[in-house]
Design a protein around this ligand. Structure first.
Ligand code: AMP
Ligand code: MN
Ligand code: MN
Ligand code: MN
Length: 285
C-alpha cells in the first residue's frame, strides 16, 4: 500500500502526567505515545504547566511533536467546566499568575476534603493522597480516590467518586474555580487556542449547552472536544453538530491518565467525524 494510503493516527490533544493527576512521568507518557504510534500529542495537565519542559525534552529525544497545553478548571453557572489550552506559551506571566491562584484554591479545597474524610472517621487522607501526588501544588480528587482504593475502602476509582468524591457525595467540596472568561483570556493571551473539554460530562440541558458554547465563542474560544474518552460514540455526532452550528473547530483527546485507569489508551482514538475543522489546523499541524 502506498504511504499516502496508510491510515493516519489522529493527534491526541488531551493527556495528563505526574505533574497533575496522571500516573506516568512526562518521559514515560511521551515514550508510550511513540510506542503506540502517535506522532502528535498535547500534554494538558490540570492547572499546571511544569510538565511541559520535561515532556518537550522527551519528545525531542523520541521524535514526537508535543503541543504545549493545560487544562484549566472553571466554574460556569455553578458547574465545573474544563477548558483545555493548546499551543500556549507556558512562560506567559498572566497565564502563570492565573494558574498559581487556581492551585492555591486547590490546596485550600484539599484541606476541606481532608476534614470531610476525618468527619467520616477516615484518617490519614492528607498523607495518603499526598503519596500519589508528585506535584504538591496540584492535589486532585484523583489522588484522594487512589488513596481510597489503596486503603481498600472502595474497589476502584469509579467507586471512589460514586461513594465519596463525586458531586453530592460526603467528601465532595463545592469550589469556585476561575471564570470562563478568565481561562479563555489566559490561554489566548499566551498565544494558545481554547477548547471546551469533554462537554458530554457536564449536566447541562440543551439550552444551557448552547449558552455555554455561545458564551465560550464570544469570549474568544476556538474549539469543542468532540472525540473524548468521556463521550460515547453517538455523542461524537452531537458535539460535531454543535461545533458546526457555533463555527467552532473540533478537537480529539483521550484524556489519558494512566494505563490502568483510562478508557482510551494513547493512539487508539477514533477519527473525528467528517465536515469539521480539526483544531490541529489552527496549531499549524
Ligand atoms: P479535581 O479537578 O481535583 O476536582 O478532579 C477531577 C478529576 O477527577 C478529573 O480530571 C478526573 O481525572 C477525575 N475524575 C472525575 N470523575 C471521575 C470518575 N467518575 N472516575 C474516575 N475519575 C474521575
Ligand atoms: Mn484528571
Ligand atoms: Mn477534565
Ligand atoms: Mn483531562
Amino acid at each position: 500500500m502506498p504511504a499516502a494510503c496508510l491510515p493516519l493516527i489522529s493527534p491526541d490533544l488531551h493527556s495528563h502526567s505526574t505533574y497533575s493527576d496522571g500516573t506516568l512521568t512526562p518521559h514515560e507518557l511521551v515514550s508510550r505515545a511513540v510506542q503506540r504510534g502517535l506522532s502528535i500529542l498535547a500534554l494538558t495537565d490540570h492547572d499546571d504547566t511544569s510538565g511541559i519542559a520535561p515532556a518537550q525534552a522527551a519528545a525531542h529525544e523520541l521524535g514526537l511533536k508535543l503541543i504545549d497545553g493545560v487544562e484549566i478548571s472553571v466554574t460556569w453557572r455553578g458547574h465545573t467546566i474544563h477548558i483545555v489550552g493548546l499551543g500556549i506559551n507556558a512562560s506567559d506571566v498572566a497565564l502563570q499568575a492565573g494558574l498559581a491562584a487556581t492551585r492555591v484554591g486547590r490546596s485550600n479545597r484539599a484541606e476541606k476534603i481532608v476534614a470531610a474524610f476525618e468527619s467520616l472517621g477516615i484518617a490519614g487522607s492528607r498523607e495518603g493522597a499526598g503519596e500519589f501526588a508528585a506535584n504538591k501544588e496540584m492535589i486532585s480528587r484523583t489522588h484522594f480516590a487512589r488513596f481510597l482504593v489503596k486503603r481498600g475502602l472502595v474497589k476502584d476509582m469509579k467507586g471512589a467518586f460514586r461513594r465519596y468524591l463525586g458531586g453530592g457525595q460526603p467528601c465532595f467540596v463545592p469550589h469556585q474555580w476561575a471564570t470562563l472568561g478568565d481561562a479563555v483570556r489566559w490561554i489566548n493571551g499566551s498565544g494558545g487556542v481554547a477548547v471546551v473539554a469533554h462537554p458530554g460530562r457536564y449536566p447541562l440541558d440543551t439550552a444551557q449547552m448552547r449558552e455555554l458554547f455561545a458564551e465560550f465563542r464570544d469570549s474568544g474560544g476556538a474549539a469543542i472536544e468532540v472525540v473524548s474518552s468521556s463521550h460515547k460514540p453517538p455523542q461524537y455526532a452531537v458535539f460535531a453538530a454543535y461545533a458546526r452550528e457555533f463555527g467552532l473547530a473540533a478537537s480529539a483527546g483521550s484524556d489519558f491518565h494512566s494505563p490502568a485507569e483510562s478508557y482510551y489508551d494513547l493512539g487508539s482514538l477514533p477519527a473525528l467525524p467528517p465536515g469539521l475543522r480539526p483544531v490541529w489546523q489552527l496549531l499549524g499541524c
